[in-house]
Structure formats: C-alpha cells, structure tokens
Design a protein around this ligand. Sequence first.
Ligand code: ZN
Length: 464
Amino acid sequence: MKHEIDFIIKVLFILLLSLISILIIFTKPNITLRGNEVMEVNYNTEFKDPGYIATFIVSNVTKKVKVKGFVDTTKLGVYKIDYNLSINGFKNSKSRIVKVVDKKKPVIELIGNGNTCPGKSYVEEGYKAIDEIDGDLTSLIKVNVLDEKVVYSVTDKSGNSSIATRKLNIIDDIKPTITLNGSNYITIYTGGTYNELGANVTDNCDDQVALKIDGNVDTSKVGKYNITYTATDKSGNTESIIRTINVVDRLKDGIGKNIYLTFDDGPGPLTQQFLAILDKYGVKATFFVTNQFPNYQYLIGEEAKRGHAIAVHTYTHSYDVVYKSVDSYVDDFNRMNEIIKQQTGSYSNMFRYPGGSSNTVHCSRNPGVTRDIADTMLKLGYQYFDWNLSSGDASGYATRDSVYKAVANGAGASENTVILMHDIKSSTLSALPSIIENLQSRGFTFKTLDKNSFAPHHSFGICR
Ligand code: ZN
C-alpha cells in the first residue's frame, strides 16, 4: 500500500513539473520577425526594417519591443539589430543581421570616336572608370586592343565588373593643318620685295604632306595679291589657306583708314608733355586713366578740356585688387569713374582691363574672372577696348626707335588701328612726334574712341 502511494505521489509530482514547464513556455513573450533574419541592402539605398510582431500569452505587445542597433547604408558592412522584450520579468529577444553590400558596377566612359588612321595602329583617345564607392578606377582599367575593336574592363573592390567596347573606324576625314610662317596679311610698299616665307603642314595621319604654293606678287603695282597654300593628305582631305599681300604706295596707304592713339596708366609726371605734343599736331587721343599718381588727377580734366576722350583703366591698377572678384573690379572701376566725374563733369562708359582682356595674370587671383567682368560690365552699359597694335612700350627693352617702328610698321593693317601706348613712358614720349608725322603723312585719320566706335576685343586669357 505504501508502495502505491509513493508511486501516485511521484506521478503527481511529474505531472506538476510538466504543467509548470508548459506554463513557463506559454508565458514566455514571443517575437516574430517579418522578413528574413539575414538581409542584404544595397549601398546608399534606404534601409526599411520589415518589422516584427510580439505576443504575450494572448495579448499583442508589439509596442513594448525595444529595438537596438542601426544600419548605415553609406558604409559597407554587417549590422545587427536587436529586438528585446521584457514583461513582468519574462524576457525574449531576437536579432536580425543586415549586410550593406555593393552590387553597382563601375561606369566606364570612353572618350573619342575610335577613328583610326588607315594602315596605323589605334591611338588611344582616353577613358575613365568611376565607381560609386571606390571612386576613380581609371588606373585599374585593362585595355585589350583587337583588330576592329578595343575592349576595356574593370572590377571594383566588391567584385562588380564592367566592360566597354570601342568600335574602331579605319578612316581619315581630317584635313591637314597649314600654319603660315609670318603673317596672313602683309603690307609692302611699292618697289619693295616680297619674300615667300612658306608654311608648315601637319596631318593627323600622314607624316609628310606636300605643300603647293600658288600666286604671285607684283610689287611695282599697288593692289592686293593672294598667295594660296594647298595641302592634300593621302586620304584626299584638302586644306587651303590664303595670305594677302597688300602692295601700297607709302605716302597714301593711310587714306580712308582710322588711327586711335590710346594712352594707359596715367596721368603721371610725363602727361603734360604728351598733351603738348598732341596739341602741336592737332591730334586727339584716348586716355585710359588710373589713380597711380594722385597728384596728377587734375590732368584728367585737362585732357578732357583739350578734346581727348577719357576712359577707365581702374583706380589701383593692382592685379590683386581688380582680379580678386567681379565685385572688386566694379568697385575699383567706380572709384576711378568718380574721379573722372569730378575732373570732367561726366562719367565714362569705356574701360580697358589692366593687362588687356587676354591677360593670364588674373589666373593666379581668380581664374576666368575677366570673362565674368565683361559679362557684368557690358550688361551695365560699359564697353571695353583692347588694342590691335601694341607699341611695345611696356617692355623694359623699349626704346624711342622700337616704339616708332612698331607703330609705323603696324599701322594700317586694317581699316581701324587702335594703338596701345602709355603716357608714363619716356620712350613713347620721345617717339610720339615722329609717329604722328609718319601717320599724318600717310593720310590716316586720327579719331578718339567712344562707346560705339570700333572696339577690338582679344580672346579671354585661358587659365591652365
Ligand atoms: Zn595698364
């Protein structure tokens, strides 16, 4: 009997244990993840947690889940998110692994059209490879040159590969380039000698291309003569250019043509003497003035009173100041124009860049600012003037003779000649009388610049 009771107690005990176990299992909170426990997400895309559901016995306790961890999709790597639930001391947790992966291929960009000279091997025109994560992979590109194509391949650090193919075209449709030795427009006085200086020919495909020169010059007769230079490459592409020889009578070649004498950088200590020479010959000029010599400001009024034109060449003439920014240029310009207004009673609507619009000294201050200055100033109603003939007087080697020759030989190449000189240079001061006598004897008309007159513009200086 005692035996049986023991047995029943044992069975009841086991039953009780089982019941407790079942209760514990049922009372443990439950978390179910939506989506996979291990996920992949692409680099730089948004990661959205697919979510989860939590229950405790029969109630929904999703809101009690605490989520720990984050996924930074801007960095490749493996991230872990923990979902923890704790209710009345009963705990459960789940976790999810998120891998941020790179599945994007690098992008190969080919430059050029694949044209290949007949009978020659392909000359690479250039390529680039950019990967969203690894950046510039250009140096890793493998190049395989075949008969009719070039194959480029590259693989990024995550193993994504790209291939690009360039089709080769065996063709030469590019003309030779002819470069004249000497100017394309030469003026010779009657009785002079024309020396043929020839030209150089280069070609994209052919090492040697013959040059044909046609035409002749009769220097005993006034007139314009054309010399034609022709070059044809092996594929039949022909280029031809012309040089014009203008044979003129020395004493009359300036008739119908205009001269604009322009003086920069003053007024200064020599300006009074410049004005006296101009008065003596009855010639009017254009002064691009600065405030580099403040004691001579009054001469701006004097220049205007004597019939010369006044234009702005900046207040400071400092590259650091005027080429710092468009605003800085405009401020400096306005300061000078105020002085002009004080001295002459009116503002000027003309200006000249220090160094000319083609200068590259601005590059070390603010590359390309010269073009932006033009955009702004032209919109504001101002006009700028470069020159199409330099006297060379800004050079340290300039002499009375070099300045005279530069002007006398260069004047009259076109209908309007705008001559760059400086009224702070003694070489120019001493050359000026003979310059004016030469130009007057040849029949030129002297004019002053105004906003609507002929305005030579150089190409803007390119910064490299
Ligand atoms: Zn200057």
